[in-house]
Design a protein around this ligand. Structure first.
Ligand SMILES: C[S@@+](CC[C@H](N)C(=O)[O-])C[C@H]1O[C@@H](n2cnc3c(N)ncnc32)[C@H](O)[C@@H]1O
Length: 900
């Protein structure tokens, strides 16, 4: 991914017209400072000289290498998940889309186009690649259909657009469902998603988990956004500098270590030039040299967090040996045999790659040097020893690393090394490391569990210093804007940080610590080695914060980040179990629900489910050391008070759509199956009226005011807010009635399907779930609820919607954008079915038996277009009651605003 996260790349523009570069780079034109648009520059003498000298390309292949680097990267994607549904989607794509290439080459503007091809080294032909330019996509309907399909399935979460080479590291990580996995530099998250799929390979509730970390807070939001559609309860996203990722201990005081770690480190990114041609212009050997130290530190720290026997993959999208082999060699050198390079030559045999280098050179201002001795003799004082190759007799088997070259498989460039930890690492002696003084002063030494050794309080002090700096900036800004309350708060924050640092340096405890661990002081907890028993009692019990408050009036340790709390309200849990009929014992909601609110908040807004492994990790984090930006799967959201007070429901929580795949099998109440036609109506109209016999009369219920109902009955909009609008604000979406007059409402046709109405009799007012009937799902080739495969990714879950059974209507509690996706999926299947029936000239009997599915192509298309337009118009705005409640809180809430 390179350094693009550092700043915004030159904006790609799509401009018509012909240029001298290959046609497909036309959309990568850039605007120079004088305002003139120009083609991207696709050469750089420094680049060529440097890599020719490095011998990264086998003899005789240089021209092919260079030519391909100047050609745009083909599109590629991965079908998510595995098993029956993934194979089904693959077959659908092959048979219904890619088969058009079968009868002969597709010719667009005189150019013969290669058909899409499955990557031969990717398991089960689940990864695909094709190279069509935007112009070609626009010109040929078959290509446009493929393009649309890729976009749609990507949005629906069935496929992931991912660069081919970027799929390799996760495959070599060999993740199993029981593994604890750390993805050290995870954003934007394509590999995290792949790792999660592996974790969920055979079960929807693996015992392992993934910690996806990134140092950049905003990129953590991006990561949350990209991983959201996996609907995994086994994912936590953290925001740490990976060189300082904290060590968490279990209640026996043992450091929790990871079975698998991916270090897909920040790099100069020259392997992505085909996708980002502006790298040509910016390329310099200094980019790689500047990143080497950070790459080493991230990987060294990761190695310490790895369990003996565990596997770690180091990867970059750079060709540069200073960022690649040199980093691996240094990490292995420091490990003194506790880490070994794994020979993966037998893995993915069809993937063409070249072995890692044993020798290379480093470009300094003073010249190009092939050894440390030569660099010293040449006066290159700014180089690190570790950038240069080790002595020949001390060189590890670096040929076990792999470099993927673009011209070998029409891909980007990538470097991958797989390492295994054989035993605990030795504790490094900081003084012996060949790093410049300036860097050494910043660099903590770590024990095997990653605890700072030389300066035990380093991590804490750095965190506090960062916070103080942030607060000071806020203070200055607020003063400038004359916002005295904010300035006062910022000043207090800053002072608290300084006080905490003084306490640390002076050896006393930091202020406002709430548990025994914190009372012992962060320095004390940091100083514990891996074998030192924990000094601070066990994990938090009962309603204690999972990541216990360490400082800050609200209980949070991290600024703007709410703590993670277990949700243990027995009364509320019993109500939930009763209302939704959770199968006792099938899903441990009581033990594995968490919230992100402040301690002591009754009925927090959102409840998230975490799997057992993640629960244990969070529970062990008594010191609140993990800076958790997002965790678990949102399963329940609080209703508004009005919904419960007015007797519209007896349960304070409704089901979140994203939690449905997990909860569905465990619901025995508040769940109905509906026909495809009804499902399509619901997601396109957002709600449907109920017939009079199913109306709930709440005004006579004890303790209810019935005000909203009376107003609705009387059509008394002049007396206040129109009931439909009010209901939307309060959480009782009456869907289609929103904003319409009583007269218009009455024109709508109520639900009439006998089977559906019979089930609705037992459904209480409030949240319920509508699932597509098995028969209809099977007939339409969609996932049926009976045939759910454990571990299937959320996109392969049966079609179901969280709904609201109101007094007089059934409405969806699903964001409009998601309704549009569901409508698309359902609509396409129904239209295809209708077309097939027509084509086969189905007899009256067959047509009658398929009656619920009989929508004409035109009807379905019109309905789907309507909801898509609504979603597009309402993008970012509150589309449902569920959305309407979202605030601008920190943590998980931040991303929700972004996603919607
Ligand atoms: C190459 S990208 C990662 C791509 C990602 N693994 C994927 O597959 O989508 C490198 C990431 O490292 C993050 N990063 C940079 N310095 C870091 C550090 N010291 N600790 C953790 N993450 C860091 C950047 O914010 C960036 O998101």
């Amino acid at each position: 991914m390179g350094r693009k996260y550092k700043g915004k790349r030159t904006q790609a523009r799509d401009i018509k017209g012909k240029g001298s570069e290959p046609a497909r780079y036309q959309d990568k034109r850039q605007r120079a400072s004088n305002g003139v648009w120009h083609e991207p520059k696709l050469d750089n003498a420094l680049f060529e000289d440097y890599y020719k000298a490095q011998n990264i390309v086998p003899q005789g292949e240089w021209d092919a290498f260079l030519t391909l680097l100047r050609t745009p990267l083909p599109t590629s994607f991965r079908i998510n998940g595995s098993g029956k549904f993934a194979a089904g989607l693959r077959d659908h794509l092959e048979n219904d889309f890619f088969s058009q290439f079968g009868s002969g080459p597709l010719v667009v503007d005189g150019e013969e186009l290669a058909p899409p091809r499955a990557l031969e080294w990717y398991p089960s032909r689940l990864a695909w690649q094709f190279a069509f330019s935007r112009t070609q996509l626009r010109k040929h309907p078959a290509l446009a259909a493929i393009h649309e399909m890729v976009k749609r399935e990507n949005e629906a979460g069935s496929i992931t657009r991912q660069e081919v080479v970027s799929m390799v590291p996760a495959l070599l990580l060999d993740v199993q469902p029981e593994h604890k996995v750390l993805d050290t530099c995870a954003s934007p998250g394509s590999k995290t998603v792949q790792i999660l799929e592996m974790l969920h390979h055979s079960t929807s509730l693996p015992s392992g988990f993934v910690v996806a970390n990134d140092a950049d807070a905003q990129r953590c939001n991006l990561l949350t956004h990209h991983t959201k559609r996996t609907c995994s309860p086994a994912l936590v996203i953290t925001n740490h500098d990976a060189t300082l990722f904290p060590v968490i201990r279990n209640d026996q005081g043992e450091a929790i270590r990871f079975d698998r770690i991916l270090c897909d480190v920040p790099c100069s990114g020259d392997g992505t030039m085909r996708k980002a041609p502006d790298i040509w212009r910016r390329w310099s050997p200094a980019n790689g040299n500047g990143l080497h130290g950070l790459q080493v530190r991230i990987t060294q720290h990761a190695a310490r967090l790895l369990v003996p026997g565990g596997r770690m993959v180091y990867s970059t999208c750079s060709f540069n040996p200073v960022e690649d082999e040199a980093v691996v060699a240094e990490v292995l050198r420091e490990a003194e045999g506790a880490l070994e390079l794994v020979d993966v030559s037998d893995s993915l045999p069809a993937l063409r790659r070249v072995p890692g280098l044993r020798t290379w050179g480093v470009q300094a201002k003073e010249g190009f040097f092939a050894s440390w001795d030569a660099a010293q003799a040449g006066g290159a004082t700014r180089l690190l020893r570790s950038m240069l190759p080790p002595a020949p007799d001390a060189t590890p088997p670096l040929e076990r690393c792999m470099r993927v070259l673009p011209h070998h498989g029409d891909t980007g460039g990538f470097f991958i090394a797989v390492m295994r930890k054989t035993r605990d690492l030795p504790t490094p002696a900081p003084a012996q490391r060949a790093v410049p003084a300036a860097e050494k002063a910043q660099e903590p030494a770590f024990s095997d569990a990653g605890e700072p050794v030389g300066d035990a309080a380093y991590e804490e002090v750095k965190e506090l210093a960062d916070e103080a700096a942030d607060a000071t900036k806020t203070f200055a800004q607020a003063i400038y804007q004359q916002d005295i309350p904010v300035a006062t708060e910022a000043a207090a924050d800053s002072a608290a940080c300084v006080e905490a640092v003084v306490a640390l340096v002076g050896g006393s405890s930091a202020p406002a610590q709430s548990d025994a661990a914190s009372a012992a002081g962060p320095a004390a907890s940091s100083a514990q080695g891996p074998d030192t028993p924990k000094a601070n009692g066990g994990p938090a019990q009962g309603p204690e914060p999972v990541g216990a408050a360490k400082r800050g009036a609200g209980g949070q340790r991290w600024r703007h980040i709410d703590p993670v709390l277990p949700f243990t309200d027995a009364e509320e849990l019993a109500t939930l179990a009763d209302f939704y009929g959770w199968e006792a014992g099938t899903i441990p909601l009581g033990q594995q629900l968490i919230t992100r609110s402040q301690p002591g908040v009754a009925q927090p807004k959102r409840l998230y489910f975490v799997n057992a492994g993640l629960r244990d990790l969070l529970t062990a984090d008594t010191g609140g050391r993990l800076k958790v930006t997002s965790v678990g799967l949102k399963v329940l959201e609080r209703q508004t008070a009005a919904a419960t007070h007015d007797g519209r429901t007896t349960c304070a929580y409704r089901i979140a759509q994203e939690g449905l795949p997990l909860l569905l099998p465990h619901l025995t109440r508040q769940r109905i199956s509906i026909s495809a036609a009804e499902a399509l109506r619901l997601v396109t109209e957002m709600g449907v009226p109920l017939p009079p016999e199913l109306r709930i009369v709440t005004r006579d219920l004890p303790g209810t005011s019935g005000a909203a109902e009376k107003a609705e009955d009387e059509g008394d909009e002049a007396a206040g807010e129109p009931p439909a609008k009010k209901a939307r604000v309060e959480g009782d979406t009456e869907g289609p009635q929103e904003g319409k007059s009583g007269k218009e409402r009455k024109l709508r046709v109520p639900l009439s399907d006998e089977a559906t109405l019979a089930q609705l009799v037992d459904v209480q007012g409030g949240c319920c779930v509508c699932v597509l009937r098995s028969g209809d799902a099977t007939a339409l080739g969609l996932e049926s609820v009976e045939a759910v495969v454990p571990g299937a990714v959320a996109a392969h879950a049966p079609l179901a919607m969280a709904c609201w059974r109101g007094r007089a209507s059934l409405s969806v509690l699903v964001a409009k954008a998601e309704c549009a996706l569901l409508a698309d999926k359902l609509g396409i299947a129904m239209a295809a079915r209708a077309a097939a029936l027509q084509a086969s000239g189905a007899g009256a009997g067959e047509a009658a038996s398929a009656q619920p599915l009989q929508a004409t192509v035109a009807e379905v298309a019109a309905a789907v277009e309507k909801v898509k337009a609504a979603a597009a118009a309402g993008a970012g705005a509150a589309g449902t009651a569920a959305e309407g409640e979202q605030g601008a809180a920190a943590g998980n809430e931040q991303e929700e605003a972004m996603v919607l």
